[in-house]
Design a protein around this ligand. Structure first.
Ligand SMILES: [Zn+2]
Length: 310
């Protein structure tokens, strides 16, 4: 029995033998597909799609190049025990005989899988389950080095809301989420040589109309407004971005932001919205408003709290 997994941003892992871990943990990377040899059949639960249908030895179960996470797996085969490492939870209990390992309601990604042959069912307190088998290295672990030199560029970052205006609220407050992302984004841009201007750096109120003025007065080259979405329906989830209608530079900037967010977060793709919101209307430079996820959605907030992504 051997298996391999397709990992977000990394591609296919090497084949790993029975007992070993395939995938990553602590890196916030989703599995997108699996291939297993030496079992009868297997299927995976794919984000937004549901169960893949049963695959047989060596066939791919899952998707490649669609940016969709695997949320659960089922495997049939004599004496095959399996478990999954789920986002924010860690290793779930062992399953066998086609039982589901993972979750289908919470939208949690699987980050690694492990298969062990045993005639007796394994359990969390089973000594074999605790056997620590060193994982074979899979694809390179280092993330791609950033390229480009932003020296001489001025970028204004606007953390939306703040102070008396918390924005959308659920398990998290949008104003806090916005500030967390803005400060981290600013740090990354400053490391690449950019001069970063903020409209606020603490939990204070700033008038909506003052925000693009701060960017204009600083002579910023880009205006990036960080927001998170809200809905009365707590199951509403996903990523969108807003730019000024018909602005070529705005559309290009928003598309770049969207592609990065889609790839990194793996949430539902809600698309690019062209709308004359204040931030993108009254700023003199290419501008975007990002709504990376929903403050009103418990699963989105859980994802946000997974600091691996930041
Ligand atoms: Zn907002």
């Amino acid at each position: 029995m051997r298996y391999k997994v397709h990992i977000q941003n990394k591609g296919w892992s090497d084949w790993v033998e029975e007992g070993r871990r395939a995938g990553t943990s602590g890196e916030g990377l989703r599995l997108e597909a699996i291939v297993i040899e030496g079992v009868d059949e297997y299927q995976v639960h794919i984000q937004d799609k549901g169960w893949s249908g049963w695959a047989k030895g060596g066939e791919i179960a899952g998707t490649v190049g669609e940016g969709k996470r695997i949320e659960a797996i089922e495997i049939k085969g004599e004496n095959v025990n399996y478990r999954v490492h789920a986002e924010n939870i860690g290793w779930l209990d062992w399953a066998r005989d086609g039982e589901m390992a993972g979750t289908t309601g919470g939208g949690l990604r699987i980050e690694a899988i492990q298969l062990i042959e045993s005639a007796e069912p394994l359990s969390v307190d089973d000594t074999r389950a605790g056997v620590n088998i060193e994982p074979k290295p899979v694809a390179p672990v280092e993330p791609a080095k950033p390229t480009g030199n932003l020296s001489g560029r001025v970028i204004c970052i606007n953390p939306g809301h703040g102070g008396s205006d918390p924005g959308a609220c659920g398990d998290l407050r949008e104003s806090d989420m916005n500030l967390t992302v803005a400060l981290r984004l600013g740090q990354l841009l400053a490391e690449r040589g950019a001069q970063v201007i903020y409209t606020r750096i603490t939990d204070v109120h700033v008038y909506l109309s003052d925000r693009p003025v701060i960017a204009n007065n600083a002579g910023a080259d880009l205006f990036i407004s960080i927001h998170h979405n809200g809905s009365s329906d707590p199951s509403s989830s996903g990523t969108c971005a807003i730019c000024y209608p018909g602005s070529d530079a705005g559309i290009r900037l928003a598309t770049l932001c969207l592609n990065g967010l889609y790839n990194r977060l793996g949430l539902q793709q809600r698309g690019l919205i062209q709308r004359d919101d204040s931030d993108v209307t009254y700023s003199d430079m290419p501008a975007v408003i990002t709504e990376a996820s929903f403050a009103s959605c418990p699963a989105d907030c859980a994802l946000f709290n997974n600091s691996c992504l930041l």
